[in-house]
Design a protein around this ligand. Structure first.
Ligand SMILES: [Zn+2]
Length: 333
């Protein structure tokens, strides 16, 4: 178990130990007689401990990702570690930078602006054979990206990574466990981080993960997979929030549900301006209403009304997750 204490005391706080157990600073070029990027330093470690330690390292490196508390659209905090057995090959934290081992040296990877963590690390390791390596990623790799950049799931496959350990599922409906499918199809072994590390990574990435569950604004748009989280979606300011529920109907319509307060449809209204008094539509209320794309459904609670215009509904298919896309406007009393 000596290796565990080495990595806990060493890599995680940004230092590594030479075989002599002398701590050496990362973050600049370091010359050593032998490779220091090794967990076990000559002692044999069980593979489960090695996996735990590298997942632990990824979770700790993700803490280096910047946080913008004022952002209305928080970015994910993601770090990836690639290792070959008990030898660390490199790591990268999104929005921060990383390091790779090159022979006996440690080379800094400077911040690559707008790059995803996996993308930046794989670019830095482009010349290396990664066919025997394992990647440890704190958040599920993306499976869809705007523009010409390949998604990280495909980049990991193309790099020939042998095994992938994942922290949290990305709740973005464009991802949402689809990376598992990609990796399984390629015969790549996929493993989960242990629960304690998954929970810690989720806490550190709370702002990003939370935006798929709640939108704390008065007027906004949102998109989520209504087959996850019990179909729940929270709208509006904390303390006066609307808890909305959604269940599957057809491809272009969905059921809005509120057992406590009931819901209603603003018939023939297609813009929020056309809904003068939301209360008048509650003459025809029910705990569940079918809402077609383009229609406005109204939720009510003790603080006011939430008007939700359903823009797009997609049922889950073989290749995609279910998705509900809408705009909303909250009118507090
Ligand atoms: Zn990505």
């Amino acid at each position: 178990m000596r290796g565990i204490s080495l990595v806990r005391a060493g890599c995680i706080v940004g230092r590594i130990f030479a075989p002599s157990c002398r701590p050496m600073r990362l973050g600049r070029r370091v010359s050593t007689r032998r490779s220091t990027y090794c967990l076990s330093s000559g002692t044999s470690l069980r593979m489960t401990d090695i996996h735990y330690n590298f997942a632990r390292l990824a979770v700790d490196k993700a803490k280096l990702c910047p946080v913008d508390p004022s952002s209305k659209n928080p970015l994910p905090r993601v770090a990836v570690v690639i290792a070959d057995g008990d030898r660390l090959v490199g790591w990268y934290a999104k929005g921060h930078g990383g390091e790779v081992a090159q022979g006996p040296n440690v080379i800094t990877i400077p911040l690559v602006k707008n790059a995803h963590a996996e993308q930046a690390l794989l670019e830095a390791l482009a010349q290396q054979d990664l066919s025997t390596t394992t990647a440890y990623v704190t958040l599920e790799p993306c499976t869809k990206r705007k523009g010409k950049t390949a998604c990280c799931a495909d980049l990991l496959v193309a790099a020939g990574i042998k095994e992938i350990h994942v922290g949290n599922i990305d709740p973005n409906p464009d991802v949402g466990a689809l990376a598992w499918k990609t990796f399984f199809a390629e015969g790549i072994k996929v493993r989960d981080f242990p629960p304690d590390l998954r929970n810690e990574a989720a806490r550190d990435n709370q702002a990003f993960l939370g935006k798929f569950r709640a939108t704390p604004s008065i007027e906004d748009g949102a998109s989520f997979d209504y087959t996850t989280n019990g179909g729940a979606r929270v709208l509006g300011s904390a303390g006066r929030e609307f808890k909305t529920w959604w269940t599957e109907c057809n491809d272009r319509s969905i059921y809005a549900v509120d057992h406590q307060h009931n819901v209603s449809i603003a018939k023939n209204c297609t813009t929020f301006n056309q809904v003068d008094d939301p209360g008048r539509w509650f003459e025809d209320q029910h705990y569940s209403k079918k809402v077609n794309e383009g229609e406005i459904v109204i939720f009510r609670n003790e603080y006011g009304y939430a008007l939700v215009k359903v823009s797009h509904v997609r049922k889950a298919t073989q290749a995609t997750n279910a998705e509900l896309n809408f705009r909303f406007q909250i009118r507090y009393f």
